[in-house]
Design a binder for this molecule. Structure first.
Ligand code: URA
Length: 247
């Protein structure tokens, strides 16, 4: 199987994947003439290289990617905390991942929210995905205590005022089977407890909240509490969303 990292990548990204410097610091190193590409000093920012094919030296030492970055999806169960460790001994998402490599959750889900939670060992990629600028769509299935009225659906669709500002436009639809209490909502922001707060504001109690998709990634075929690696196609789709023209 072809590795995603064998695709051309920007030199600064490659240096950050080698653990040499952040992308910005890597740019400084390139501009300072400290980086050689196939025997020649490169000062051109934005140049792309082929990992495993081109030879990169920094300050005379070869820059090699030690490990492939990991990309995982967990179908998070209830009663699990999105944190790297919990001093009270509660079950964390990391307990379920059981990765030998250090991986970071991309965003967070509340303790009792279920569904799609992504992880990666590539900290800078995680950072990019979480940046509000990229507006990654996140879709949820919400079950409320009472049927959600059409008027409230319209309000949630156009934006409601929460304590930290007005929410952006959302896609919202009633789902079959719940007698109006179950709705699907897609938001493009990731504020703390955002979906719960949006419904609570209008007087609903959220009985269950399930994230069914994060960008192009769903938990289809993955039982609750289990984890799988993302496919190369999924990684590429995520990169396209997060990195735009950089890849
Ligand atoms: N919105 C919430 O309210 N909770 C989550 O866990 C995710 C989104």
């Amino acid at each position: 199987m072809k590795s995603p990292s064998s695709d051309p990548v920007r030199l600064n990204r490659y240096l950050s994947m080698c653990g040499i410097a952040s992308r910005r610091k890597a740019d400084d190193m390139i501009e300072a003439g400290r980086v050689m590409l196939n025997g020649t000093v490169v000062k051109e920012l934005g140049i792309r290289i082929r990992p495993g094919v081109d030879q990169i030296f920094v300050d005379g030492a070869e820059a090699v990617m030690v490990k492939e970055p990991q990309y995982l999806v967990l179908n998070k169960p209830k009663d699990t905390i999105t944190t790297l460790s919990d001093e009270k001994g509660r079950r964390t998402v990391i307990d379920l991942i059981r990765s030998r490599e250090r991986v970071y959750p991309i965003g967070r889900l509340d303790r009792n929210t279920t569904g799609v939670l992504l992880f990666t060992s590539d900290g800078s990629f995680a950072h990019q995905l979480m940046h509000p600028r990229f507006r990654i769509p996140k879709s949820y299935r919400v079950r409320c205590d009472n049927p959600v009225t059409r008027e409230h659906m319209a309000m949630l669709r156009s934006g409601v005022r929460l304590s930290d500002g007005v929410t952006g436009p959302a896609d919202i639809r009633s789902l079959p089977g719940g007698k109006g209490t179950e709705v699907g909502i897609t938001i493009h922001e990731g504020r703390n407890r955002q979906v719960r707060r949006m419904f609570e504001l209008l007087g609903y109690e959220v009985k269950s909240l399930d994230r069914v998709a994060y960008g192009p990634i769903t938990y289809e075929g993955l039982i609750r509490g289990s984890v799988r690696k993302l496919t190369i196609r999924e990684i590429r789709a995520l990169r396209r969303l997060a990195l735009g023209d950089e890849e």
